[in-house]
Write a new protein. Sequence first.
Length: 369
Amino acid sequence: MKNLRSKLFLGFVFSTIFSYGSENSYGSGWLGLLPVIVAIVLSIITKEVLFSLFTSIILGSVIVFFEGGLPDSYFFGVENSVDFYILNAASDNDHMSVIIFSLLISGMVSILKYTNGMSGIAQWVGKYAKTKRSAMFTTYFMGVVVFFDDYANTLVVGNTMKTITDKFNISREKLAYIVDATAAPIACIALVSTWIGYEVQLIDEGIINNDLQSVVGTGYAAFLKSISYSFYPLITLAFIFILIFLKRDFGQMLKVERNHKKKITLKMDFINYDIMGYAESHSQKESELLKALQKETHQKILQPRMISGHLQGRFLSLISHLTRPEKILEVGTYTGYATLCLAEGLVENGSIHTIEINEELFDFQKKIF
């Protein structure tokens, strides 16, 4: 709270300094650039975009009322930055429809998340993601399938695919890029979407206002004819497809991916994930209990990468079956995945003793043992 107050005070000071003296500079067009400059500078300094934009709105409003020579214009401008600009924008039907729609989509995503619906979707989609490339292609095609709205696309696809792309060590930046590069383009050329509905409405108004019904026909017909000229959406979708197929990155994305690989190396991940995916697909399948345990570990436990996982678990089970032990002592239980794998090879009436130092995992372990 203290940090927020200091930022608001800083924004107030910026607005005061930059607007001071503008009362005598009526008609100075360069003042119109100040809100933009302040927004950029504050964004760089504070790393808070919303705060910076709000401050620039106040500054712009103050400049407008100073320029108009209104009495008490400074405080009048600050007051009207809320009354006139913000409230008017919030009461606009188009603005509110976007806000409400985004809130509803966010609510739907949250419901799916907390009812494990998102995990179910991810698990179903994950069947087709066996390698790093196929995980990116799955994200791409998910972005194409959710074509009805770009906001919904971003929220649904991003939240669904992040667990799968994390599994294959795809950076969040790369995931964001694929999602963004499919969300807007597909919404622009899909036969039915919220954006197309708005676009067709504007085209219809233009046709009626210019009396072009006999030449162009309906707005939707004009839209269909314009798809082949939608170069940005078509080229972007094709470009992303080619990048994924070739497994190539350029510019800043190349730097991001290299840094991400360095971080993964530091986390002791030495196995190539294409090799890992191939090995898992050609190994014995996990039991339903182990699948459920691995999913719940990733959902509820910090540092879920510590779990043994499918490949290591099958190897432990193999060793246990080969040796057929009567007793096993395991140091480090974590969530019990490796424990269950080792127990598969015990002789009849055999026992396994497992020790875990982290008491916070005890309640989770009680569900399994």
